[in-house]
Design a protein around this ligand. Structure first.
Ligand code: NOJ
Length: 425
C-alpha cells in the first residue's frame, strides 16, 4: 500500500468502464457506479489481507499490524510504516462509520498494537522521557524495532495516527461509549499529540522518505491532529498536552511554505528541486472536511491558494520531454502525474496513485462548493479556473443568480477530475 486509500484505488481503476470522448476515454457515470460498487468490496478485502494476525498475505504480522506490502524484494516493503498504517486505518474507520460493522475488531487490534508500538525503543529514540521514539517511521511486522539505516525520524505518522483514532473516538462518544474513548483510545492519541506539540517545529524526513526538512504534508496533518485533538479533549473532559500549539502550526502552514504561486513542498532544506510536489496536493485530501470553509486554516481542496498550487503542480508535468505520454494534451485535460519532476525512484515515472489523487482533490473541492452553495474565484485561483472555464471571472458564483454559471463551473471542474481518472495507466 502507498499513502492513498481504497477510494483512490477504486477511482483509478475506473478505466475498466470507459467510453470515448474527444479522443480520450472518459468513464460513463452509470458504468462507473457499477464498477465502484464491485471494486469497493474487492479493494477493502485486499487491504484486510495485509493486516495481521489473519491477513492471507502477511503471515507473521502481529494483530493490528498493517503491512505496507507483501513484497519482500525490489522493493522489500514487508514492514509496517506508521504513515501508511494510519492512512489505511483512517479509511477502515471511515468504512466502519459508513456501516461496515465487522471492521471494528480491526480498529480495536490497531489501537492495541499502536499502544505497544509507541513504547518500543528504536533508532529514533525512546518513549520516555521525551517521546522521540514515536517519530520512528518503520517497524518489523512482529512489532519489534527496525535497525537498518533509514530516513528518520518522520513526523507525520503520529499526527495521522491521532487523526484516525480521533475519528473513531468521536464515533464512540456518539454511541454511548465515552468511557472507552477516554480510557482506552485517548491515552494513545495523547501520546501522539504530545509528540506533535513538542516536535512540529523540528525538521524530519518527508513522506517520500528522501528530504530532511519541514514538509508541507506533515505540517498540514499536524495542524489537523492538534485542532481535532483539542476538541476531543474538551468533549471528554481531559487536558490535551500539546494542543495549545495548534495556532502556531496554522501560522507556519499558511505562511512559511507559500511562495505567491504554490506551496513549496519541503522547506528548511536544500533540495535543489523546484518545490512542486504531490506532497501539497495529497495533504489537502488527507485533511479534507466537506463541511469546512475554503478559508479554513487547514487549507482545504477548495482553498484559493490550494487551487493555484494544484495548477502549478499539474503544469510542472505538462512537459513532453519529461513525460512524453503527456504530449499534446490541452490545459483543460488531466495528464499523467508523478511525485515531483526531479524524481528518479524506479526511473521517476508517472505514478497512477498520484494521477488518481488529482481527481480525488477536484472531486473533494466540488463536494465542498456544493455543500456551501457558492464558489468564490479570486485573483489567486483565477488562472486555475480559466484553464477549464475560459470565461471565469473574479466573483462569487451561487446557484441562485439569474442565468447562474455555478452549475457550469462545477461541471467543468468535475469533467477535469474525470479526465484524470481516464489517463491511461
Ligand atoms: C515509499 C513511499 O514514498 C512512502 O510514502 C511509504 O511510506 C513507503 N514507500 C512504504 O509504503
Amino acid at each position: 500500500m502507498g499513502v492513498l486509500s481504497t477510494k483512490s484505488i477504486a477511482l483509478l481503476s475506473a478505466l475498466a468502464a470507459c467510453s470515448v470522448t474527444n479522443g480520450r476515454s472518459l468513464p460513463r457515470a452509470d458504468d462507473l457506479d457499477v464498477f465502484v460498487q464491485k471494486q469497493r468490496a474487492l479493494s477493502l478485502q485486499n487491504v484486510l489481507n495485509n493486516i495481521g494476525p489473519d491477513g492471507s498475505r502477511v503471515a507473521g504480522a502481529k494483530a493490528g499490524v498493517i503491512v505496507a506490502s507483501p513484497s519482500t524484494e525490489n522493493p522489500n516493503y514487508f514492514y509496517t510504516w506508521s504513515r501508511d498504517a494510519a492512512l489505511t486505518m483512517k479509511m477502515i474507520i471511515d468504512e466502519f462509520l459508513l456501516g461496515e460493522e465487522q471492521l471494528e475488531s480491526y480498529i480495536e487490534d490497531y489501537v492495541h498494537s499502536q499502544a505497544m508500538l509507541q513504547t518500543v525503543t528504536n533508532p529514533s529514540g525512546t518513549f520516555l522521557p521525551n517521546g522521540a521514539g514515536i517519530g520512528e517511521p518503520k517497524y518489523n511486522v512482529d512489532l519489534t524495532r527496525f535497525n537498518g539505516a533509514w530516513g528518520r525520524p518522520q513526523r507525520d505518522g503520529p499526527a495521522l495516527r491521532a487523526i484516525a483514532l480521533i475519528a473513531y473516538s468521536n464515533w464512540l462518544i456518539s454511541n454511548d461509549q465515552e468511557d472507552k474513548a477516554k480510557t482506552v483510545v485517548w491515552p494513545v492519541i495523547q501520546n501522539d499529540l504530545s509528540y506533535v506539540g513538542q516536535y512540529w517545529n523540528s525538521t524530519g524526513f518527508d513522506l517520500w522518505e528522501e528530504v530532511q526538512g519541514s514538509s508541507f504534508f506533515a505540517t498540514q496533518n499536524q495542524f489537523r491532529a492538534l485542532a481535532e485533538g483539542s476538541a476531543l479533549a474538551e468533549s471528554i473532559g481531559v487536558q490535551c498536552t500539546g494542543c495549545d500549539q495548534a495556532p502556531q502550526v496554522a501560522c507556519f502552514l499558511n505562511e512559511a511554505y507559500w511562495n505567491g504561486e504554490y506551496f513549496i513542498a519541503n522547506i528548511n532544506s536544500n533540495t535543489g528541486r523546484n518545490g512542486r510536489d504531490a506532497n501539497t496536493v495529497i495533504g489537502a485530501i488527507s485533511v479534507f472536511d466537506v463541511n469546512a470553509s475554503c478559508d479554513d486554516a487547514s487549507i482545504q481542496p477548495c482553498n484559493s491558494r490550494g487551487l493555484s498550487n494544484f495548477k502549478a503542480f499539474v503544469d510542472a508535468f505538462r512537459n513532453s520531454t519529461l513525460y512524453p505520454i503527456n504530449e499534446g494534451i490541452s490545459q483543460a485535460e488531466g495528464i499523467a502525474l508523478g511525485r515531483y519532476t526531479e524524481d528518479v525512484y524506479f526511473d521517476g515515472n508517472p505514478w497512477y496513485l498520484i494521477t488518481a489523487s488529482a481527481a480525488e482533490y477536484l472531486y473533494d473541492a466540488v463536494a465542498q462548493w456544493k455543500t456551501q452553495g457558492s464558489l468564490t474565484i479570486d485573483e489567486t485561483s483565477l488562472a486555475f479556473f480559466q484553464d477549464i472555464y475560459p470565461t471565469a471571472r473574479t466573483k462569487t458564483y451561487t446557484p441562485k443568480d439569474k442565468c447562474s454559471e455555478f452549475p457550469s463551473i462545477l461541471a467543468a471542474v468535475t469533467k477535469y477530475a474525470e479526465s484524470f481518472v481516464a489517463v491511461p495507466t
